[in-house]
Design a protein around this ligand. Structure first.
Ligand code: SF4
Length: 230
């Protein structure tokens, strides 16, 4: 059973005030100590947050949104994480398979209406599964893009009436690299192949060294987010 909205709002306000300068581990501990039913969103771009959460809360539930369009390397990373980390990995799928979506909306909806495609294959499945939880944690970081520059470490997710945590919000790229090195984490092989930000294969491009990490996502369009963080 999940906590009532009013209680979650109160906790989010308290957490935002007390955890602004907290470490990622402290933020995760706060969620556990507050009695929140917590899920971690794991895109399998990297496995930092999933690993960190597993050290604080062994058996933590990790949600992987399987859009049907992922790179094989991303699915392999998910499978390696499920086999190696102390997590309960849940693969969440859209209501329709890709062929079913093609039949209803036409093939390659991502080329014609990526916002609708993301809504059907990412946002809606996440919204539905988060009904089971009080809070969710994401790996969003402020340095990733201009649109993420003000990411709070704790907030109330008005769209879903849940608490949203971004324990890595203040981490730099060097912080991430140091954590990966220290814990010898499983990595998505695409990171070393010019893909600093990894989403669905049709909507992810390689980027030049030093370019905005998210510039390879929906390249050539003005879309910058899939919608789950809006
Ligand atoms: Fe569809 Fe592209 Fe969004 Fe994936 S990232 S859900 S393929 S529009």
């Amino acid at each position: 059973m999940t906590l009532a909205e009013a209680r979650l709002r109160e906790l989010a306000t308290d957490g935002a005030a007390s955890l602004a300068d907290a470490t990622a581990e402290e933020i995760m501990h706060w969620a556990v100590d507050s009695g929140l039913r917590l899920a971690v969103a794991g895109s399998m771009q990297d496995t930092v947050l999933v690993h960190l959460a597993s050290t604080v809360l062994p058996g933590v539930e990790v949600l992987f949104l399987d859009t049907g369009y992922h790179f094989p390397e991303t699915l392999q990373t998910r499978d390696r994480v499920a086999a190696s980390y102390r997590v309960h990995l849940r693969t969440i799928t859209p209501r329709q398979t890709v062929p079913e979506q093609d039949e209803e909306h036409g093939v390659a909806l991502h080329e014609r209406d990526p916002d609708l495609c993301c809504a059907l294959r990412k946002t809606q499945p996440l919204d539905e599964v988060l009904d089971e939880y009080d809070a969710w944690a994401t790996g969003m970081r402020r340095v990733e893009s201009e649109s993420r520059r003000d990411t709070p470490v704790v907030s109330f997710d008005e769209r879903r009436d849940k608490i949203k945590l971004a324990p890595l919000a203040t981490w730099t790229d060097d912080d991430v690299a140091a954590y990966i090195e220290k814990h010898q984490l499983i990595s998505n092989p695409l990171l070393a192949q010019g893909y600093p930000s990894i989403g669905c294969a049709p909507c992810t491009r390689r980027v030049a060294a030093g370019a905005d990490a998210r510039s390879g996502r929906w390249a050539g369009t003005d879309k910058t987010e899939c919608g789950i963080h809006l």
